[in-house]
Design a protein around this ligand. Structure first.
Ligand code: ADP
Ligand code: MG
Length: 241
């Protein structure tokens, strides 16, 4: 579903942020990306969604080349759900309208259909009662679940998450992870930057470890947690587990 092939990216001529990154995510696969702060995880995931350009290599999603001027990027982005650390809901819109906006504007769905879909998804993430509220009236965990529901409203073929729980108070982390675990178990294709190794153990198929712009380790979950090959990954794991 997602093919990342020999991607190199520079933020400036003297700063190469991604170095020959190659990996893939198969349909229905859940891949967790971890690594120290500044290692390039966010940059890599943004390249997948064409939120960041890259100078060399290629990325395809479901056969569509991201770095090709002929590719309809808004359409491609609408098919790949993205959930960030900070929920980035539209503050001036009610929850239900947050869920409807892109469905109507990008997918051209009618209002009724968009509302029906939005309500169904709010129910799925346990927030049926919150439809008429504004984002600021919800807790961080609830807002992040709305953000996930909003991404799902677009019927994505894959979901990208960038540290979706790292801005949350500890007691709210599990309510967001539970939604993500359900999604994974239903077979969603997911690429998830997170340090929640409990989540990785539960549902990841593979774990990627990045350091200084390189994919240092790309292993099946059991291999990764059993004994990472590289010393850098071992050190990292010993610090966070
Ligand atoms: P991570 O998500 O693993 O913490 P990032 O992808 O955010 O890493 O950042 C990787 C490196 O690139 C860091 O050194 C960061 O400071 C730098 N960086 C991130 N975004 C930009 C940018 N827009 N311009 C210049 N440097 C950036
Ligand atoms: Mg990051």
């Amino acid at each position: 579903m997602i093919e990342i092939s020999h991607v190199n990216k520079w933020y400036s001529p003297s700063f190469q942020v991604l170095k020959d990154c190659t990996t893939s995510v198969a349909k229905g696969e859940v891949v967790v990306v971890c690594g120290p702060s500044g290692s390039g995880k966010s940059t890599l995931i943004k390249c997948v969604n064409a939120l960041e350009p890259f100078q060399d290599g290629s990325i395809t999603i479901d056969g569509l080349k991201v770095n090709d001027s002929k590719t309809n990027l808004p359409k491609l982005r609408s098919r790949v759900g993205m959930v960030f650390q900070h929920f980035e809901l539209f503050p001036h819109l009610k929850i239900i309208d947050n869920l409807c906006l892109a469905q109507q504007k990008v997918l051209g769905r009618g209002r009724e259909e968009a509302i029906a879909k939005g309500r169904k998804l709010l129910e799925r993430v346990g927030l049926k009662e919150q439809a008429e509220k504004f984002p600021a009236q919800l807790s961080g965990g609830q807002q992040q679940r709305v953000a996930i529901a909003r991404a799902l409203a677009m019927d994505p073929i894959a979901m990208l998450f960038d540290e979706p729980t790292s801005a949350l108070d500890p007691e709210m982390i599990s309510e967001v992870l539970d939604v993500m675990v359900d999604l994974a178990r239903e077979g969603m294709t997911m690429m998830v930057v997170t340090h929640e190794m409990g989540f990785a153990r539960k549902v990841a198929h593979r774990v990627i470890f990045m350091d200084r712009g390189e994919i240092v380790e790309d292993a099946k979950k059991d291999e990764f947690f059993g004994q990472p090959r590289s010393e850098r990954a071992q050190q990292f794991l010993s610090k966070i587990l």
